[in-house]
Design a protein. Structure first.
Length: 174
């Protein structure tokens, strides 16, 4: 019998907050490998699904002069093939996986998927270019961390070693 059943002035216990899925933003390449490992392990430990998100930026598929280097359907088929080994690793870890390959700027795709799926955390990889590199070519991880409504783990890694920096609304960015 719970205390509130004996004394109605004692409020009932608050149920634990539901834990949303983990969203992994990936480019299916070497930059994302460490982030993929971290996200799979986090989802396994938390017993939550892993939502794998990749954004195909149509602007990057064009050559100078407006011709397409690759059509969207060709890019989608290539990304699905690149995702297959990752999906297999996720499933082997006993984690439920969902793959979302969307058209759009990658940071926006990751943020929109996280919002739509009620993500508890986002995991992204980083080139580790530093402020000058980000200023010149941009940074998906910086854009995601700066606009996310949940914690964001920015993962940089080589080999089996990962460096994880957690940013987001509940964390100090200094």
């Amino acid at each position: 019998m719970t205390p509130h059943a004996i004394d109605p002035s004692i409020p009932p216990p608050t149920p634990p907050a539901p834990v949303g899925p983990i969203v992994l933003g990936t480019e299916f390449g070497s930059v994302s490998m460490a982030a993929e490992r971290v996200a799979i392990e986090q989802a396994r430990r938390a017993d939550v699904p892993l939502i794998i998100v990749h954004g195909i930026d149509p602007g990057r598929l064009r050559l100078p002069g407006g011709r397409f280097l690759q059509r969207i359907d060709q890019a989608l088929a290539a990304r699905q093939a690149q995702a297959a080994p990752l999906l297999e690793r996720v499933r082997q870890a006993g984690v439920e996986a969902q793959l979302l390959i969307w058209n759009g700027e990658p940071a926006n795709c990751i943020l929109e998927a996280a919002r739509a799926e009620g993500a508890s955390r986002i995991v992204v990889g980083s080139h580790g270019r530093g402020p000058l590199g980000r200023a010149i070519i941009g940074s998906v991880s910086a854009a995601v961390a700066g606009r996310a409504a949940c914690p964001v783990d920015v993962v940089r890694g080589e080999g089996a070693v990962e460096e994880i920096v957690t940013l987001g609304p509940a964390f100090d960015r200094t």
